[in-house]
Every structure is written in C-alpha cells, then in structure tokens.
Design a protein around this ligand. Sequence first.
Ligand code: GDG
Length: 524
Amino acid sequence: MNRDSNKDHKHRHETYAAKSDSRGKPMKRSKERLIVVSNRLPYVFARTPEGGWKTEGGSGGLVSALVPVLRDRGGTWLGWTGSSGDGTGLDQAMAQASEQLGFNLRGVQLDAADVDNFYHGFSNEVIWPLFHDLPSLCVFDPKYWHSYKEVNRRFAEALVEECGKADFVWVHDYHLMNVAAEARSLGCKVRMGFFLHIPFPPPDIFFKLPWRSSLLHALLRFDLIGFQTVRDRRNFIQCLRLSEGQVTVQGKGNVVTVTAGAYTTRVGNFPISIDYGNFARQAASAEVAARADELHRLLPNRKLVLGIDRLDYTKGIPHRLRAFRDALDRYPELRERLSLIQVVVPSRVDIPEYHSLKIEIEQLVGEINGKYMRPGGWVPVWYVYSSLSRSDLLAYYRAAHIALVTPLKDGMNLVAKEYCACSIEEECVLILSEFAGAAAQLQRGALLVNPHDMEGVADAIYRAYTMSDDERRNRMRRLRRGVRECDIFWWVDTYLQAAIERDLSDYPQPQNYVPEPTPDYVPI
Ligand code: GDG
C-alpha cells in the first residue's frame, strides 16, 4: 500500500473526526478500539513457490478509509486470509503485515469444504442472487446453510477472543449476518454494528429463503444495522413486520429504533462512497492524462461510452449491449461517432452462471461488431476481458464522454461515483440505472434509466450524445459536488458516530448535502 496516500487519509480522517464537523460544531471524540470483521482481510496471503507467503494489499475505498481509523483508535481487522490449504507460517506473515499496518490482523482459516459451502454456496449461490432479486438463480441447499452457521460461529469465536468490553465491533456484509447472534450465544456483550453492502430485498423475495426467520433474528442481535439506502432499510423493516407481527419503529432521519418481539435495535441508511480526493487527484496526474490522450488517439473522432463491471449477472451487461445496439439501429447518426468500451473484470468464473454470462456477452459483442464494423474502420464495441491497473482504470474514466452504469440491481455502485470524481473537465454524462443504490443520491445529475427498458437506455445514450455543453457541465458539477461532500470518510464517520456516539444531532452533514429522496421518488 502506498505510504503517502495512507498519511493523507489519516490526515483526512483526523480533520473529519477529531475536532469539529463541517459547520464548525465541536464533535465528541470517543476512543473505543475498533474491531472490523469482514469475510476477507484487507490483505491476501498467498503461498509462494518457495513455500513462504506473499502478501498483497487491498486498495479499495473501504480499506483506505478504515486503515487510518484502525491506526488512530487501535484495533483489529478480522477475516478470512484467502487461503484454504496448509497454514504453516501464516501467523508469522500476518504478524509482519500487522506490524507494517499499525494494527492487528487476525485470520480465520477456512478449509476447502467451507469455501465450497459457506462462500460459494450460501453466500454466493443463495444470498447474492436472492438479495439482488434473482431467486430463480438460488440453490437452497441445506448444507450451505449449516456451513454458513458453522463458519459464522468460528468468526464469532475468534471475535470473542479478540475483543475487550469497551470495543466496538463493525461487521461487514452478507457473508457474516449471523456473527452477532453467534457471539451473543457465547456471552459476548460488546456493541456490534453491521453494514450490508448489497441490497436488502422486499418481502416477496426475501420470504423465499427457507431460513428467513433465523436470519432476521440473527440480524436483530446487532446494535446498529446499516443499509445503503432508505429502500433497503424499508424492505428490512417490512420483512420484520410480516415475520414478527408486532414491530414498532421510533424516530426519524437516517437512523430509527426498531423493536421486534424481544429485540430492540437501531436501523439506518448510510450510502457508502469513495475516496473522492484521491480519485480526482490521480485522474489529474500527467500519467493518467497521457493514457487518456492515447485512448483518444487510438479511437479518434468519436465519443467514448464506458462500461466497467465485474463479470456478474446483476450488472446487466447483456442488457446494456442490446441497448447500445438498439441506439445504433435507431439513430444512424451515432454510427462511426460513438464507441462503447466495455471492460469486464473476471469474477467467480468457476460458477456455471458466470461462465454462460461470459459467453452471452461475447456473442453479443460479436454480433454488434459483425453488423456495423467496417474493415480497417470504426469498431462499435471495444471489449476488454481483464482487470485493469489503477492508472488504466482512471484513464478509461477520464477518457470516456459517457458512462453507462446500468446494473439490474446494485447495493450502491462505486463505479458511478468514481467516474464522477475522475471527470475533472466536468463535461461528461453519467447514465445510471434507477436500481443502483447510487441513484438515490445521484438522480439529479445523472440520466436515470430502467436497464430492462432497451429503448429507454438507447434513447438516453442518444440524449447524452446530443446534450448541450451547458447541460452536461451543470449535471456533472452537481454530481461531483454530491460525491465530494459525501465521500468515504464522511461515510465512516457517519456510521461510527451513529454506532458509538449515538447522538445523531452531531452528524457531520455537509452543507450542500442532498438528502435522500422520499422512498417513492425513485420508481423502485
Ligand atoms: C459491492 C456491492 C457496493 C472494478 N474493476 C476494476 C477495479 N474495479 C473496482 C472499482 C470499484 C469496485 O471495483 C467495484 O465496486 P462496485 O460498487 O461497483 O461493485 P461490487 O464489487 O459489486 O461491490 C456494491 C460495494 O460493495 C461497496 O459497498 O457499491 O453495490 O455489490 O471500486 O473501481 N479496480 C481496478 N481494476 C479493475 O479492473 N483497479
């Protein structure tokens, strides 16, 4: 990990959390140690051919935001090491990494059966499709559920050994929804918060889960449950109402208190974000500018449309390609004037659905290019199946005139926010699915689309292509301001204050913060 950027983040975190909020109001500062729990550690430990361990650092927004907080408060990050084989020597490698990081790393080992049943099975073949409204892709195998409980129990045991009474435990994501319940059954009384990075489905979808009551009860054992959006929070409360009958909800604003049966907890919406400053700074660097120019030289005299996604059926890549084809079919003036760069980052390729998705995408790219490409001339779709270096990613963001971010369903979607941060000339257009969590915050600057509406998306592409300079600038300025003011550091502080300080009047609300719309504003 880049040391300078860490210093920068630490400084940023301190200016946010230590002294005053953005309105200059003094903020309380408590110093509970933080225990972060996530499925994967921020570092991946892999065997070298010589039998040692090599460490690869995570560089995502969550890691860069939490590392300075962990250093500042002290604490531990607990998670799976990423390896499932012989762990000899791993403790030493982790101790070295902890030393460098300035806080503890604690590993939970999974064996091959855990990886199959807990990780690929329950997490990625049950919860992932179900929570993204795709129940037909779920494999409700009881052995997956048993393994999920067992692995969550192991995480809870490690947690109980690790944390002290005054610590605050922050558990992340859908792999670990049972951790609080398991920890409570071991007698653990520390304050525990949870954040769900993916959407929470409405009752008619959630109720298909054979273990729905257990899972709801398990979530209620956290002291604060964080969702990305109002919609997710509302879905969760509706599921509770239907499952538990007597449910009371008190309070208003970002966090409400919910009592269901014997349990009372707090439930809030906290839209995750990115390290805006870092993206904007790096996008402005000479290296990124040169790479972006090179892309324009390679693909001259046209506007570039960009799609960047992990290979995943929730990201709506085939729908997007069909919409792009429809735009070329119905708006001939776009031909030779527009190219789509579609980057697909390999992911979960050993799962059959992902493999067939890849084939479908490649067939569509072949069809579109076969129909419109002229030998030696314009290529409508540039398809890249690979992960990108950070500077290539930024160069694509910076070079693209239009971003097509059209997931069928997404917890937030950070690509949309990163694109805005990198559009430093403020001349670009974001086309965004109304089913991405990000739509709640970005709806006023983006062109919102229904990704299932092929003609609607095609029309949005045409509208973005023909949009006046003034409209593009106004929209992008608004988008960038929103992302800058509610960045990843704001997100961490907001969540931790809600969790630890409890006094929500101390929220560091940026002055121009655009509150989330009322739940029915976005047609979801
Ligand atoms: C889950 C939820 C929620 C992508 N390709 C490359 C690359 N990326 C980076 C992007 C971005 C991240 O990966 C993808 O984040 P998303 O938010 O779009 O999606 P998920 O991975 O599905 O994340 C999602 C998120 O959690 C956070 O709560 O927003 O809804 O599903 O940061 O930049 N990075 C590099 N090369 C690539 O090729 N270096």
